[in-house]
Write a protein that binds this ligand. Sequence first.
Ligand code: ADP
Length: 249
Amino acid sequence: MSAAIEVRHLGYRYGDGTAALRDVSFSLADGECVGLIGPNGAGKSTLLLHLNGLLPETWAGEPAVFVGGCPVTPDTLPQIRRQVGLLFQDPNDQLFCPTVFEDVAFGPQQFGFGAKEVRERVAQSLAQTGLAGFEQRAPHHLSVGEKRRVCLAGVLACDPTMLVLDEPTTSLDPKGRRELKELLRQIPITKLIATHDLELVVELCARVIVLDGGAVVAEGATVPLLSDETLMLRHNLERPHILRHLHPH
Ligand code: ADP
């Protein structure tokens, strides 16, 4: 069976010459939840943008990203965008409609579903994200946690096969963080979570990929990898407190 997502020798340079990704390869099996960690500037956001074809801007050479075995190319983009739901780091970048209903309905409308199915999908994904009754609220008046859940509802309304999340717990208070974590835990599809929140990684991800300087520098089971103090410090990361009582040394 094909991997849910596979990245093969992906490299990327921004227009100003910054080499943001260098020969990145990895894959996620169906249903896996994997953490993507690394210091600021490691290339995490750049990598996520490649997973549903928001990058590169121009296409040349062999495809480097495969979703369910299908290469991401200009021809497959519409289908890939529907399959790979991307949650941006800043929910304000993702929300642009006057009401929650319209924002969550936007994706399914773009994908051509009829009005009745759009309404059903919106109702279902709002219920799933704990936002039933929010339909007529203005997204820009909501809390960060609620905004994130609206974004997630919008993505889920398209019925993706995988979720790609960029720093989903940034700016959340403890309650918002706990709610989001539980929500993610209950979504059974493949997930790749880029984050500095290593406790979230320990709680949700069985495996992690460490990116530094645009390259994959380590990859493996979460607890042993995050407990490796030398490796973590080398990449400007810290062993999370949650592991300290499990592995005191
Ligand atoms: P991370 O998400 O791990 O913090 P990024 O993917 O944002 O890392 O950045 C990777 C590298 O690419 C960094 O050196 C960053 O400065 C650079 N970079 C990010 N966005 C741009 C851009 N639009 N133009 C030029 N360089 C960029």
